[in-house]
Design a protein around this ligand. Structure first.
Ligand code: NAI
Length: 259
């Protein structure tokens, strides 16, 4: 059609590194990207889970390597990236997904521990991956960083203050790097999932989940990991070239609901 530039809506052949890809949304993201033809570097602190994910993708015709990687350990990040570049040659997308939640009260005597552990994984872990991946991403013609934040990145629930602070930090980090790295051809965005059925929410009673969803979520249900993975994929399409610095809620309407 005249007047339209043909921007690609395919990630085929692109190389995508995902942290925390051993379960939940990270695993779903690995499966979705692989099913769209991307070469996936699935990483997780849980080596067994991530090798299962790689096996699942490779046995169904996709391309994936599973590599153990702890986002808090710079040596582990360097080793994983070296291996990934040796295998696939380049890197187009970094999906900073690994996370933990560590409920606590501000008066808890172990608060310092909760704070440090959560900040290390949820916020500093993303910085570690971005800094180590940068030389590779700068060589891509459609480089993308997608940081996974949360609706806790712009709202708050009691008794998870380290997590809420870290997720607010992820949005700030995303915005700052969007303006810093944008001129160098790297789009930096974040996805803010609402309540999603994964291991992280598995401890919540089904009835309590249903009540919460009925009262708070526009769609009146929890989301599924794949629904978040598709939002992440959208931000990585070469055609999504003018989206930079957004914090995209994928929350069934949780964040806009008033009554
Ligand atoms: P999950 O528990 O299923 O997956 C988290 C993954 O991160 C696990 O495979 C775990 O092994 C890995 N991980 C933990 N520490 C790590 C480390 N130091 N290095 C590397 N990997 C590590 O949970 P889920 O829900 O899939 O979480 C994915 C992301 O989504 C997290 O950042 C989480 O904070 C975020 N999120 C989750 C929501 C939910 O309702 N489930 C809502 C909003 C955000």
């Amino acid at each position: 059609m005249e007047g339209f530039k043909n921007l690609s809506r395919s990630v085929k052949g692109r190389v995508t590194l995902i942290t925390g890809a051993g379960s939940g949304m990270g695993k779903a993201t690995a499966l979705v990207f692989a099913s769209e033809g991307a070469k996936v570097i699935a990483t997780d602190i849980n080596e067994e889970n991530v090798s299962q994910v790689a096996k699942q993708i490779n046995s169904s015709g996709g391309e994936c390597i599973g590599i153990p990687l702890d986002v808090t350990d710079k040596n582990s990040i360097k080793d994983a990236l070296d291996l990934a570049i040796k295998e696939f040659g380049h890197l187009d997308h970094l999906i900073n997904n690994a996370g933990i939640s560590s409920p606590t009260t501000i008066e808890d005597e172990d608060y310092d521990h909760h704070w440090q552990t959560t900040l290390d994984v949820v916020l500093t872990g993303q910085v570690n991956l971005i800094r180590a991946s940068l030389p590779h991403l700068l060589k891509s013609d459609a480089a993308r960083i997608v940081n996974i934040s949360s609706t806790e990145g712009f709202g708050a629930t009691a008794f998870v203050s380290p997590y809420t602070a870290a997720k607010h930090g992820v949005i700030g980090l995303t915005r700052s790097l969007a303006v810093e790295l944008g001129p160098q051809g790297i789009n930096v965005n974040c996805v803010c999932p609402g309540p999603i059925n994964t291991n992280m929410t598995a401890h919540i009673d089904t009835k309590d989940k249903a009540t919460f969803a009925r009262r708070r979520v526009g769609l009146k249900r929890y989301g599924e990991p794949e629904e978040v993975a598709h939002a992440t994929l959208s931000l990585c399409l070469p055609a999504s070239s003018f989206i930079n610095g957004v914090a995209l809620p994928v929350d069934g309407g949780l964040s806009i609901r008033r009554a």
